[in-house]
Design a protein around this ligand. Sequence first.
Ligand SMILES: NC(=O)c1ccc[n+]([C@@H]2O[C@H](COP(=O)([O-])OP(=O)(O)OC[C@H]3O[C@@H](n4cnc5c(N)ncnc54)[C@H](O)[C@@H]3O)[C@@H](O)[C@H]2O)c1
Length: 257
Amino acid sequence: MNRRIAVVVGGVQGIGFAVCQKLVQDCESLAVVDINGAAATKAAKKLSGENAKVIGLGADITDKAQVAAARKTIEDELGSPTILVNSAAIVDDKRFLESSPEDWKRMIDVCLYGPMNVLHEFLPGMVDGGYGRVVCLASDSYKLGQARLSYYAAAKGGVVALVKSIGQEIGRNGVNLNVVSPGATNTEMRKEREKGLMEEMGPEKYEKRQKAVLRLYPAGRLGEPDDVASAVHFLTTDNASWIMGQVLSVNGGFTMA
Ligand SMILES: NC(=O)c1ccc[n+]([C@@H]2O[C@H](COP(=O)([O-])OP(=O)(O)OC[C@H]3O[C@@H](n4cnc5c(N)ncnc54)[C@H](O)[C@@H]3O)[C@@H](O)[C@H]2O)c1
């Protein structure tokens, strides 16, 4: 039996928190890491009381030194992590021609450079230990392209290429890396974006848009955090030990390839 010592980055809310709720049931310990350190401590408290020891830590994934400090604390308090989920991200709802290099830089910093920092810090311990389960969150916008999400989609496409390529390098060390790519999921991130759209479009146009969006989902509904977390959790288990470098879309049929 391999030890299940988990880290969820971006774990205080939304999909990340739903993943924590699953991992806490079958892991010996769990670290919730987020840019919002106070919320991470609060989330850890909420999750405690199950089987696992849970700690919450603040770290901005755009800053390698902060990620390194979080890793060190986790190793000291929980041991060397064997499970890593990166759910942290931001979204920016803007047409490309109305966006600026500052917008792109911030997006790439958080959504591509951030996962690089996280993987670069946590993978060596897994390689040394000969075991690891890693899941990064992307977005189906990278597959289809999505208006008003161009640089977000570009960063997510980068995450997919990154995960696959690292898998080629370290798969033989017992470390599996995969990607879960959600469709529209009812989280704080989505609610925030929808609020902006509603204000911009007005209620009538927004209502029409909502109906049109729903028609794109053969399952007839949008996702809940738990829908996505179930897939992420599966990929952290040994039932997924021969799944490597894959992108699992969890999206009610929004994309089927
Ligand atoms: N919700 C959706 O519809 C949807 C769709 C496709 C993909 N996704 C992806 O799923 C993942 C989770 O999304 P969510 O909807 O749960 O998002 P969310 O905004 O609810 O949660 C993201 C978390 O990441 C944290 N975070 C942001 N920047 C950070 C940084 N620099 N360092 C550390 N933590 C940081 C936030 O504080 C927050 O707790 C993301 O990678 C997102 O891109 C979500």
